[in-house]
Design a protein around this ligand. Sequence first.
Ligand SMILES: [Zn+2]
Length: 127
Amino acid sequence: MWEKGIPPAMEAGGTNPLDAARVARVRQNEALFREVNEQIASLNQLGAQLDTVGLVCECGYATCGDVINVHRSVYEAVRAQSDRFIVASDHVISQIESVVEQHVDFVVVDKKDGLPEEIASATDPRA
Ligand SMILES: [Zn+2]
């Protein structure tokens, strides 16, 4: 579990090109985990038809490997919108996303308008 607060790569803000590159890397990270979760969800569909799927936290922290158990219907609703991600409650990066749903073990975040949302949409495996 990552400690609460802003990750080292984000603390300088987002005002110079280097920071923009860091934000882009965070976005790529989140997009990668979303692809991993799509694979997990489809594999589970072939198996026991479980109500919940064990997903990888889709936060932007490079070192996060948290597993989050999400009800399939919740997962499908989140995936229906390309700028939404499932992250652990204390892994929200407030500069680029806002919480839209609060669950017991996780939250659903929505990408803020602009670059974060554009990258989220451009990398959506279902688009
Ligand atoms: Zn995380």
